[in-house]
Design a protein around this ligand. Structure first.
Ligand SMILES: O=C(O)CCC(=O)C(=O)O
Ligand SMILES: [Fe+2]
Length: 387
């Protein structure tokens, strides 16, 4: 049989920066690419080590901090200036220093992020306080997820870093657009809930926003009859393609890929119903034939991607921190910036509950489906011909 051929991936998405291997076997950004990145974010630069390996996540109970919050937000918003980005999704907030919030303020942060989906905080000190502070902060909200494939700062595993751009190659040579809506790591038994993003090297020429789509509104827009069909369906979310993609481009797989089955209509611990499928990781609907599943999923992916009237863009400034609830939005990077420039985004995210359709099932354990099929390349990578 002819070997499988993998398409070239657009370098701009995951970075054309020059890499090298240091004395400890870590793959790091080489000096000539480092020189293009602000000095104050050195500690956030991505590193990879092929020896780093973890077991699949096991079930743990999750108690949503938002359930403890005062819904009047006295600790979070007492001195804040807020502006809705759209009526239902996204709030821009000034006058709050996240690192200074007390526990009650952090609970309120979780609640407001859940209600508004996306919070854009200006003038934060997270970058100057460094990667360890970032993760310690996120620990309050749940277990800070370790990403299976992304770059991570050299001293801290629980931050996912993407260094994009830094290439002369045309980012659109194989695709007409690079918008890729997803909900982060939805393949996990317990995907991430509250997420913190900071862009630490902004392209000077503008662009590079992050687009968010409202998954609660996406559900609400459907007709009652169509909602009824979705209520009883579950979908498989898969980490396999992401793992293979990482192998093909010479990266790491820190945790063997899992597949998990989640309800298509998810109810959060706060009672919000959301459409929980995403083009990034949802692969098939259980119990449907292949064509039926593809048609239905493609409709739902298009519904989310095309409806600009349920989306917002978060625009980055120096020291902006975007807090989003990964259960209630999909998001995508936007590759409209000058990709000869470097853009460095760092994310630390707390794992949430195992997704449920009905709250009576909340915090009931379930098992990972470890992937054992033929598609995971693993050590078969060398048999492939790379295009
Ligand atoms: O780069 C962006 O704007 C989004 C990055 C992203 O999807 C993530 O870090 O999870
Ligand atoms: Fe993401």
């Amino acid at each position: 049989m002819a070997p499988a051929v993998y398409n070239k991936y657009p370098r701009a998405l995951f970075g054309g920066s020059k890499l090298e291997t240091d004395a400890k076997g870590n793959v790091v950004v080489a000096p000539e690419s480092r020189a293009k990145i602000n000095k104050d974010v050195e500690d956030f630069l991505p590193t990879w080590n092929k020896e780093e390996h973890y077991e699949p996540y096991k079930f743990h109970e999750y108690h949503d901090p938002a359930l403890r919050a005062n819904p009047s937000f006295p600790n979070l918003l007492a001195n804040a200036e807020t502006k809705n980005i759209s009526p239902k999704l996204g709030t821009e907030i000034k006058g709050v220093q996240l690192s200074q919030l007390n526990d009650a303020g952090r609970d309120e942060l979780a609640l407001l992020a859940h209600q508004r989906g996306v919070l854009v905080f200006r003038d934060q000190d997270f970058v100057s306080k460094g990667p360890q502070h970032f993760v310690d902060y996120v620990k309050y909200f749940g277990n800070p997820h370790i990403h299976p494939t992304s770059g991570r700062p050299k001293d801290v595993a629980n931050i996912h870093v993407i260094l994009s751009g830094d290439t002369k190659e045309d980012p659109f040579s194989t695709k007409t657009n690079l918008v890729g809506f997803h909900s982060d790591v939805s393949y996990e038994l317990q995907p991430t809930a509250l997420s913190f993003l900071t862009v630490t090297n902004l392209p000077a020429g503008g662009g590079g926003d992050t687009v968010f789509a409202d998954s609660a509104e996406a559900y609400n827009r459907l007709s009652p009859k169509f909602k009824d069909i979705l209520e009883n369906l579950n979908a498989v979310h898969s980490a396999v393609e992401q793992a293979n993609f990482s192998l093909v481009k010479g990266g790491v797989v820190r945790r063997d890929p899992v597949e998990n089955v989640h309800p298509i209509v998810r109810t959060t611990p706060l009672g919000k119903k959301v459409l929980f499928v995403n083009k990034g990781f949802t692969r098939r609907i259980e119990g449907l034939k292949v064509e039926e599943s593809e048609a239905l999923l493609n409709f739902l992916f298009d519904h989310v991607a095309k409806a600009h009237d349920l989306q917002i863009r978060a625009n980055w400034e120096k020291d902006t921190v975007v807090v989003f609830d990964n259960r209630v939005v999909n998001h995508s990077a936007i590759l409209d910036f000058d990709t000869t420039e470097s853009r460095l985004i760092a994310r630390s995210s707390a794992q949430g509950e195992r997704p449920v359709h009905n709250l009576k099932d909340l915090n009931k354990p379930d098992e990972n489906h470890l992937f054992e099929g033929p598609e995971y390349l693993g050590n078969k990578l060398s048999d492939l011909k790379l295009a």
